[in-house]
Design a protein around this ligand. Sequence first.
Ligand code: AVJ
Length: 320
Amino acid sequence: PLPHNRIEVLLRPGALREGLIRDVASGFGASPKRLPPKYFYDDRGSGLFEDVTRLPEYYLTRAERALLEAHASEIAQAADARVLLELGSGSSAKTRLLLDAMAVDGLAAYVPVDVSEGALQGALADLAADYPALPTHGVVADFEDRLVDLPSPGRRLFAFLGSTIGNFAPPERADFLDRLADAMAPGETLLLGTDLVKDPARLVRAYDDAAGVTAEFNLNVIHVLNRELDGDLDPGDFRHRAVWDADREWMEMSLRALRPVSARLQAIGLDVEFAEGEEVRTEISAKFRKDRVTTELKEAGLELEAWWTDGDFALSLARR
Ligand code: AVJ
């Protein structure tokens, strides 16, 4: 790699595994059982998620991309930043639209932050081919940890796309936005992607597609547990479920035991029992309204300056 392209690891070795062990012990100990969605995303799960984004029912990614295509130059002008810092950058597929728009007024660096070093390497290698002069500073970090250590080689536009923020439960979401606002300097901006409340039937289809790709994605967490914790859970014992919670305005994904399950996660000496019909919640995906986004940003000390939407999905720009 060129000297102005590097990857920095802010994750303590072993931190991810320790987190997994804590989350599995507490999540399987809880009633109802729950697991955090971040464990979907091993290499296979990340590939399945990419497949999800191409499904006819999963409108989110296409909607966000169209909004970025339509408004990238407005976003870049309003943000008035020299650095694009992307949280949870994954494959950086939508990043180019922002980079191109920001390059018009001089772009100093791209700073993708992701928990997967492999994903960062791949994304940065792809980008280097198209933007050979662009300095990049990849950061391997868990954005549930400290955000104040993130590099700041110039005034930043923070991007948190894909409605990933919807995967936090409300208290964690507030905590995340507080920490993010703390990490931002006055005048810096946040571009936030949020999926919107809509017809529940469309939401359920988006999370329970006809081809069964989302089911495979959801069941992937069973494979991850078996591999990482030497488990003997049988994915065939579980069925994918996706339900709209109208009171809390979120989609909930779970795995439901088709029969009584008795399994063991050998590496942590944990016996896992499910009654027939018992579920483990694997993801919430909150859906937003403009007033809630505005309020939650404001509570974190961020002022909403612009809102772009197609009615299904929204991009908002907020300033510290
Ligand atoms: C990438 C976290 C935004 O919640 O819609 C896709 C993940 N889950 N299908 C979402 C997901 C089920 C996705 N996020």
